[in-house]
Structures are given as structure tokens and as C-alpha cells.
Write a new protein. Structure first.
Ligand code: SF4
Ligand code: MG
Length: 326
């Protein structure tokens, strides 16, 4: 079957006074129908930028310099602005860290939901309002009949993010890009929102790309995970394989940073050193200055993803062994 999303050799560049900054460097990944792909990494690793490229929201002068993005087999990286705007509402939903990015503070929640629903369907005002109400109930807004006419500021952070999830689901998109959807919320609320998002997407058959710096969230939510480092995919594979049998030394470090899975402390801070600035990416393997297993070759030759195509890592430790030599 055609994957819902296919990203092929994506490269995102920003011209700066000091030269070209490569924010996303030769990224390839796929998301199948109904699948949750976690994208994890430190800030600046390129995960949000990858999400922004997929929904056509790279801020100029940033641009997609190379590669392709396909949604259900159709290229969307080269669409004119108006067409891409339609794709963004109807086929790809977006949920950002700050719910107020998606909600207009000046309009009642009902108006925003109804407008979005009517943009993508032929429903009448009354039908659209009923659909909006159903969605608010589905995302767990109590007393939805009253609250539907409230303004965004009248909701708590967690409730507001539930409204955003309802808004993202309005058009029954094939794919939702959720970028740090719980980072701004109280810790006690985070798990509820993640659980809700996962359940709703499973029920609606929606695929999800979940961008986060929190490996604990990935462990609980994702089917597969892509670990990003310095604009590249360091490792990608089924989430349990990556957690239990990490192939890339960077991922091993991240796992060391999770004292116990399920206890949500998975902050990616325990590896010595810090991720390079994108203007200053080391030659060879970008991780080599921090890598406990660095080899001679790592200083000069950049590794691409290696493995069985299911669980791969960009690391020379996993270079295929030559066969057939007796
Ligand atoms: Fe470490 Fe070399 Fe693997 Fe990079 S390629 S992660 S430096 S062993
Ligand atoms: Mg980000």
C-alpha cells in the first residue's frame, strides 16, 4: 500500500549572512495509514522544521532545497500557496505547542469550528454546529453545549489544546502533524492529552507525526520513532526495537536519559557536550565529537542510514559486513 506520507531526501536551507544553514539534511521517512511516527531530538535537531516543511510552512527565506514530499502518493512540496493551504486544512491537520497558534482569540470556539467544517464540507450552519458540538464532546470538553460559544481565553490550557485537537480533526485529515502538543501544559495534563490524541487518531484512522523532545511520550504513543540529530535522522525503527536495542550511540545516550520508562523524565540532557549549531556541523558523523565509540573514519566520512530498512541507523558501527569472501 502507498504510505500516507513519504518524505524523500528532504533538504531545508536558510540563507544567512554567514552562509547557508542546512536545517534539515537529506531526511527520508514514511508514515503508513493509522501509524504514529514519533520524531524525537533536542531543540535544533530539525524535527519541527521537518514538520513545517510537510505542511508547507517554512518561513522564507527558508526553503525546501531538495527532495520530495508525497501525500498518498501525490507530491505536495511544489504546490502553489492556495492549493497547499487547502491541503493543510483538509488533508493534513496541525497541532502546535501553543494552542493559541491555532485559535483566534477574537472568535468564539463555535465560530472557528463551524467555519473550518464548512470550508471542507457542504454542511449547513445547523449541521456544522452539531458536528462541532459532537467533536467537542469527543475530545472531552465538559458542558460542551455551553462552552461551544466561549472564547479561547475562557478555557484552561489543557481544555484549549482539546479544542485544537477538535479543530484539527474537523476535516477528517489523513495525517496530523503534532509538534510538542503537550510541552506547554501542566505535567498532570500532558498524559491525558497524549492519550486522547492517540485514541482519537486510532478511531478516525488518522496517521500522526508526533514531534517531541520527550522520549517517554514516544515510548507510550508511537509505533515507530525517528531520532534526529543535527538535521539528520540518526536512527529510525519500531519504537520497542529502538528503545531496547538502540543502534546509534546517540540513541543509546538518550535511553540512558530515561531512568524508567513510564516515569516521565525523559529529557535529553545526559549526554556530554551539546548538539552542534547548524552553522557549525562537524565533518564526517555530526555526532563524532560526543561519541564514546568514535572511530577514525567517523571524523571524515558521513554515514547514511544503514540496516535492514526496518530498523536503521546512520552510524559506521552498522556498516554491512562484506559477504562471500572466503
Ligand atoms: Fe559514533 Fe562513528 Fe557511529 Fe558517528 S558513525 S555515531 S561517531 S561510531
Ligand atoms: Mg521545535
Amino acid at each position: 500500500a502507498t504510505p500516507v506520507l513519504e518524505v524523500k531526501n528532504l533538504r531545508v536551507e536558510f540563507p544567512t549572512r554567514r552562509g547557508t544553514l542546512v536545517a534539515v539534511d537529506d531526511i527520508s521517512l514514511t508514515i503508513d495509514e493509522g501509524e504514529v511516527l514519533g520524531v524525537v531530538g533536542e531543540s535544533g535537531a530539525g524535527k519541527s522544521m521537518t514538520g513545517a516543511a510537510i505542511i508547507g510552512l517554512i518561513e522564507p527565506p527558508g526553503r525546501i532545497a531538495e527532495g520530495q514530499i508525497l501525500l498518498n502518493g501525490r507530491r505536495i512540496d511544489n504546490l502553489p500557496y492556495e492549493l497547499m493551504r487547502r491541503v493543510r486544512g483538509k488533508e493534513i491537520g496541525a497541532i502546535f505547542q501553543d494552542p493559541l497558534t491555532s485559535l483566534n482569540p477574537l472568535y468564539q470556539v463555535s465560530e472557528q469550528l463551524v467555519e473550518t467544517i464548512q470550508t471542507h464540507t457542504n454542511l449547513t450552519d445547523r449541521q456544522a454546529r452539531q458536528r462541532a458540538l459532537d467533536l467537542l464532546k469527543e475530545v472531552g470538553i465538559p458542558a460542551a453545549e455551553e462552552r461551544i460559544d466561549h472564547y479561547p481565553h475562557q478555557f484552561s490550557g489543557g481544555m484549549r489544546q482539546r479544542v485544537v485537537i477538535a479543530l484539527a480533526l474537523c476535516a477528517e485529515p489523513k495525517l496530523i502533524i503534532a509538534d510538542e502538543p503537550t510541552t506547554a501544559l501542566d505535567v498532570s495534563i500532558q498524559a491525558q492529552i497524549i492519550t486522547l490524541l492517540k485514541r482519537l487518531c486510532a478511531e478516525h484512522g488518522t496517521s500522526v507525526m508526533l514531534v517531541t523532545h520527550d522520549m517517554g511520550v514516544i515510548a507510550e504513543t508511537a509505533d515507530r520513532v525517528a531520532v534526529m540529530y543535527a538535521g539528520r535522522v540518526a536512527e529510525i525503527g519500531p519504537v520497542q526495537d529502538v528503545i531496547k536495542r538502540a543502534k546509534h550511540p546517540y540513541t543509546e545516550g538518550l535511553m540512558g536519559a530515561i531512568p524508567a520508562l513510564g516515569n516521565r523524565v525523559g529529557k535529553l540532557t545526559q549526554i556530554d557536550g551539546s548538539m552542534p549549531r547548524l552553522t557549525d556541523i562537524p565533518n564526517g558523523c555530526a555526532f563524532h565529537p560526543r561519541c564514546p565509540r568514535v572511530m577514525f573514519k567517523c571524523h571524515t566520512v558521513r554515514p547514511d542510514l544503514m540496516g535492514d530498512g526496518r530498523h536503521d541507523a546512520s552510524c559506521w558501527l552498522h556498516e554491512p559486513v562484506e559477504e562471500g569472501v572466503v
